[in-house]
Design a protein around this ligand. Sequence first.
Ligand code: HEM
Length: 260
Amino acid sequence: MVWVYDIIRSEKSGAILTIFIADATDQIAGDTPSSARLALRSRARNALWIGISFCTALGLAAAVLAAAGADDQGVHLALLATARLAFLLFWPAYVGSALASLFGPTFEPLRRQAREFGLAFAAALFVHLGLVAWLCLIGDVPPVRTFIVFGAAALCVCLLTLFSIARFQQFLGARAWSLLRFGGMNYVACAFADDFLRNKLAGDIRHALFYWPFMALAMIGPILRAAAIIQALRSSMRKPNSGLGGSNHLRRAREQSTVR
Ligand code: HEM
C-alpha cells in the first residue's frame, strides 16, 4: 500500500528514486510498525542524498584534476569547483524555509527537504576539505586566516550535521538547537559571501560568469531570510492582544517565524 502510494507520488513529482527507497526499506522493515518504517525510509533517503552528493563532488574534483593537472594549480581549481557545488547545495538549505514563508506552498518542498540539502552540502564540503589536506601535503599551505575563518565554518557544519540527528538534538534542547542553527547557518553563509565577494569585481567575462551568479545568490540569501523574519514580526504585531513591544510579542514572532 505504502509502495503504491510512493509510485503515485513519484509519478506526480517525477522522483523515480522514491520507488526504490520505498521498496528497499519496506523489504528491510518487514512487519515493523509504520513509524519504524518511516524512520528507515528517512535514513535511506538521507544516505542517498549524502552518497550522490559525495560522489558528484568527488567526480567533479577528479575531472578538474585530470584536466588541469594534480599540481597546486589544479588543486586550487578543484577547490573553486567543489566550493561552488557545495554552495549550490547549501543555498536551498539556507533559504528554503524563508522562501516558503514568503511565497507560499510552491516552496514547501524546499522547506521540507532542507535537512537533506544540508547533509548533501556537508558531504560535498568533505571533498573540499580533502582537497585542502592534499594542498597542504604538496606544500602549498593556505594562510592562517583561511584556517581560522573557514575552519570555524567547517566546525559549524560538523556541529549542525551532528545535532541534526534527533537523539543528539534532544540532548542539546530546543533553544540551544535553534541558536546553533541560526548562528551556524548564518556564519557559513557569511564565509561563502566573504570568498565570493572579496576583490571579485575585476576580470573578464569568463571571470564574471564564474563569480557573479554566486555573488548574487550569496547576497540574496540573507535578504530573503531577513524579509521572512520581518514578515513574521509584522504579522504577529497585527494580531490583537499581541502585547506590542513586549517580550510576548517577540516570543510569538519567533514561534511564528519558520525561518531555520
Ligand atoms: C564551510 C567551510 C568552507 C567554505 C564555506 C569554503 C568556501 C570556499 C569558497 C567559496 C571557495 C572559492 C573561492 C573563490 O572562488 O575564489 C573556496 C576555495 C578554497 N578554500 Fe574553502 N571553504 C571552506 C573550508 C575551507 C577550509 C577549512 C580551508 C582550509 C583551511 C579552505 C581552503 C580553501 C582554499 C585554499 C581555496 C582555494 C582558493 C583559491 O585558489 O583562490 N576552505 N572555499
